[in-house]
Design a protein around this ligand. Structure first.
Ligand SMILES: [Zn+2]
Length: 275
């Protein structure tokens, strides 16, 4: 019913919000978990993982014209529910109506994941350091590298929305994409679920090869994983076996170069978003 869209009577933001709240309450009653994206101020993401997710989106010119409206939407609390699962995100966004958004993310191809783990070998000592983004610039660059790092390129992202104009990324989809960045601030481990890889493969000792940092894990810094499961709500069982425990080839110098991103070419470094 796209032709109705422009004739719809204006509905105030407060009224939309009330309607969304009623719908969300109904969903909760039915047992559906509801997790809205709520920002503190205007900053969408402030940790390494959240910011890197947003920077990645903004690093591709494919989305240039479509992302700004999403920023406004996520800031004003329109993403009333966001659920991140393995390979997919489902969300509800309050607009002229309450819309359902679905985002599918392609898993990281195995050879790429092996390459990332090999190149980062020895650079991340513990799960806490990994999830807090406490590692060297070299490791960050490898993880964030466009099209060969951990974050999805546009061709690896499929989306749909129940609104009339979703075909070329509507503001609801854009808001959800930013909402994912915000959620990664609190739950960075969800990025690994989303991309269907095991974050423990990245830890020191999980892979062999020439590390980017050359750093060896300090015994005292490796925390007891039984504590971590409590801190992050993770299932840490069965971490000993992974593909990358097999010996890999040494990382070549060429792999450690700076990614050629839009940012690297022109824009300066971006801090926390405050537009
Ligand atoms: Zn939409």
């Amino acid at each position: 019913m796209a032709y109705w869209n422009e004739w719809r009577p204006y509905v105030s933001q407060a009224a939309r919000r009330r309607r969304a709240a009623v719908e969300m309450a109904k969903l909760k009653k039915k047992g559906h978990p509801v997790a809205p994206v709520i920002l503190q101020g205007r900053t969408i993401a402030s940790t390494f993982w959240g910011k890197a997710w947003c920077d990645n989106l903004e690093g591709y010119s494919d989305y240039d014209n479509r992302l700004p409206r999403g920023r406004t939407y996520v800031r004003n609390g329109s993403v009333v529910d966001l659920q991140i699962a393995r390979g997919e995100v489902s969300a509800r966004v309050s607009g002229s109506d309450l819309y359902k958004v679905k985002v599918d993310i392609v898993p990281v191809p195995k050879p790429r994941w092996k390459s990332i783990c090999r190149d980062c070998a020895g650079g991340i000592d513990s799960l806490v350091e990994l999830l807090q983004g406490r590692f060297s610039k070299g490791v960050m660059e490898r993880i964030c590298r466009q099209r060969s790092g951990l974050f999805p390129a546009p061709e690896e992202i499929r989306f749909s929305c129940s609104c009339p104009d979703w075909a070329s990324m509507c503001k609801h989809v854009a808001a959800v994409l930013y909402g994912i960045g915000s959620r990664l601030d609190d739950k960075p481990e969800l990025l690994f679920r989303l991309r269907k890889v095991d974050e423990k493969d990245l830890l020191a000792g999980a892979a062999t090869g020439l590390p980017i940092s050359g750093k060896k894990p300090a015994a005292g810094k490796v925390l007891d994983t039984t504590d971590l499961s409590g801190i992050f709500g993770l299932d840490l069982a069965g971490e000993t076996e992974s593909e990358s425990t097999k010996p890999g080839k040494a990382a070549s110098r060429r792999d450690v170069r700076k990614p050629r991103t839009k940012k690297a070419r022109g824009k300066g470094k971006r801090g926390a978003r405050k537009e």
